[in-house]
Design a protein. Sequence first.
Length: 89
Amino acid sequence: MHKPIRTAATAATGVALALALTGAGAVVTVATVSAAAASETGAQGWDVSGSFDTQQECVAAGDAGVTDGSWAQYRCVLFEARWDLMTPA
C-alpha cells in the first residue's frame, strides 16, 4: 500500500526538481526515446552535439550554445542513461 504512494511522491518531487533546476526562462525539451527511434546521427533534422551525465550539464551546454550563437534552439534527450544535446542540423 505504501509503495504506490512513495513512488508517486518520488515522481512528483523529481518533476518539481527538474522544473526548479531548469529555471523559469529556460526552454528545454526533455524526451525519452527508444533505441529504435534514436541513432548515433540523431533524429531527422537534429544532430547530437554532445552527451552528458546529467540533465543540468546538458542544459548548461545548450544554453551556452544559444548565448554564443552556435544554435537558436536545442533539446536535451535522455537516451541510454545519458543526456544527448540535440541541435538543429
